[in-house]
Design a protein. Sequence first.
Length: 210
Amino acid sequence: MAEIKSSTPQEALELLLAGNQRFVAGTPEHPNQDATRRAEVAPAQRPFAVLFGCSDSRLAAEIIFDRGLGDLFVVRTAGHVVGSEVLGSVEYGVAVLSSPLVVVLGHDACGAVGAACAALDDGAVPDGYIRDVVERVTPSVIAARAAGHEDADAILAEHVSRTVDLLLDRSRLLAERVDSGQTAVVGLRYRLADGNTQVVAARGLGVPAA
Ligand SMILES: [Zn+2]
């Protein structure tokens, strides 16, 4: 029988952060990556977290959180910008697959955030649908600056936090599950150089935001 057991939002976050700490320390265990696990989860999945992160190639979810097959339901867009497909995917993860945790994962030196800053500062508007991505990051940059934050870390934290709020504002299904304590939504900031994550926003958990 597959290892399909329910966990609380807090337990799911602890599991995720423990894996990140193994990755940071250079002592990964590569759990759930073998043929036995592949066979176990083939009939059904019960991921313990929905991970919605930036598409950046250095943010490979199962690597940086030291997890394996069937653990994470991963949704990624450049700059973790939100559209209807993202909302539908996140809702599927929590409502159909019963994940107790949704994580928004942003990172330093994010190209989408940098492009939004450049668009505001220099009027540098990208071509094609890249513009759509940049325009969806822009409100976070404006909000951060309006609050007096000019440094990149603070702007990124604002963008992660606003993305958490946006998911809850737009998805009534998600908001109801957070209100009832079934699901938590946590925003994490990832540092490319050392692989560390830091909680910058939390809804439905007792974890204080940094
Ligand atoms: Zn990025």
